[in-house]
Write a protein that binds this ligand. Structure first.
Ligand SMILES: Cc1ncc(COP(=O)(O)O)c(C=O)c1O
Length: 388
């Protein structure tokens, strides 16, 4: 290459994650068991794949109407009402390329440079770069283990000032596996009303909850429908990550602004994926429960094994497909511990510090991988820790 291009400040500031380096090391070493994945190990259920194949055969290979196909938005509106208690008409929904596009559109539509967005910490690793690329300021909201990885409403209130515009919540949480209780959501509702804030409720893992717990959508709480954007996804619930399809529902003025931006970014979510998504929502939900049950079996295994290990402790995850054990007693940082597990146990985990300052002292272990592999990974980690 002869020309050296001047990359934008915006892009230069994007974090180059340790995760990439660890992933590369793992790929080079075939004996490594990866507990890194952030997506289901299941293949998309047959009836959904079939709907996509038929759609291609029938020639549904064109752009979709802006903001989504009518039948997709209707199926989503019906689902939001039935499963989440959210009243949203098809006009109050944008179908996007994964919920990540929706999160970006919402941030771009609502937040000006210099304004603040409060983000959960530790939290999904796209939040902070997303806020920073629009020249807004991310403000960390600590999720502490001693609070069951819930935030403290008093602490949240102290973080709010004149420039604060949005609070992001994510329940069930990536990476902690925690769920926000109804009481916490109600306190958040009061705070949002008092300070006139918008809430981004990232519900990508809404269907992956365990031990009889119930997912509660922020927008279903009294008076919240007009200040909450709800982000949901087909990636985790239906193992459709590669279809790149998700959506956002919320107040009509925000949805209209997002739809305008959507035209200039991706034009539309893939038509074939939107047709497959209708089948996912309207077809049998047995596949969702089968996958959830299998995650639950793995969750029980991973938590039991972690409980038995010296110098490692872990809260039982209540949702999503991640365990987030505390490794601080090993006397290593989370990056050092991840390198230690990789070198001595040949197991890949993600350093908790990748998810924010408050993730230091933890590692993320995904159980979106086969039961037998998790068993073997736990044997290897236990043996490495005992030898240390
Ligand atoms: C918390 C959370 N939100 C959103 C996403 C984005 O999902 P998608 O864009 O596939 O819908 C992810 C993906 O890992 C996630 O973990």
């Amino acid at each position: 290459m002869t020309t050296q291009h001047e990359i934008s400040e915006r892009c230069l500031h994007l974090p180059s994650s340790n995760f990439d380096k660890i992933m590369k090391m793992a790929i080079e070493n075939k004996n490594v068991i990866s507990l890194g994945p952030g997506e289901p190990d299941f293949v998309t259920p047959e009836h959904i794949k079939e709907a996509a194949i038929i759609a291609i055969d029938k020639g549904y290979t064109h752009y979709s109407p802006i903001g989504g196909r009518a039948e997709t938005k209707e199926a989503i509106a019906k689902k939001l009402k039935k499963d989440n208690g959210i009243d949203a008409s098809p006009e109050e929904i944008v179908v996007t390329c994964g919920s990540q596009e929706a999160l970006y559109l919402a941030t771009l539509s609502l937040v000006d440079p210099g304004e603040k967005i409060i983000v959960p910490d530790p939290g999904f690793l796209a939040y902070i770069p997303m806020v920073e690329t629009v020249s807004a300021t991310p403000v960390s909201l600590p999720l502490r283990e001693e609070n069951g990885f819930e935030f403290d409403p008093g602490e949240l209130e102290r973080l709010i000032d004149q420039r604060t515009k949005v609070i992001i919540i994510n329940s069930p949480s990536n990476p902690t596996g925690g769920i926000l209780k109804k009481k916490t959501l109600e306190k958040l509702a009061d705070i949002a009303i008092q300070h006139d804030l918008v809430i981004f409720s990232d519900e990508a893992y809404e269907k992956l909850v365990y031990d009889g717990k119930k997912h509660i959508s922020m927008a279903s709480l009294n008076g919240m429908n007009d200040r909450v954007l709800t982000f949901q996804s087909f990636s985790k619930t239906y193992a459709m990550a590669g279809f790149r399809i998700g959506y956002v529902a919320g107040p009509i003025d925000l949805i209209k602004a997002m739809t305008r931006l959507h035209i200039y970014t991706t034009v539309s979510a893939p038509t074939v994926s939107q047709i497959a998504a209708v089948e996912a929502l309207n077809g049998s939900q047995k596949c969702v429960e089968e996958m959830r049950k299998e995650y639950d079996r793995r969750r029980k295994l991973i938590t039991k094994r972690l409980e038995e290990m010296p110098k490692i402790s872990s809260l039982k995850p209540e949702g999503a497909f991640y365990a987030f054990p505390n490794i601080s007693k090993l006397g290593m940082s989370s990056v050092e511990a991840s390198n230690f597990f990789l070198k001595k146990a040949k197991v890949l985990v993600v350093p908790g510090s990748e998810f924010g300052r408050w993730g230091k002292g933890y590692v993320r272990m995904s159980y979106a991988t086969a039961y037998e592999k998790i068993e073997e990974a736990m044997d290897r980690i236990e043996s490495a820790v005992r030898k240390k």
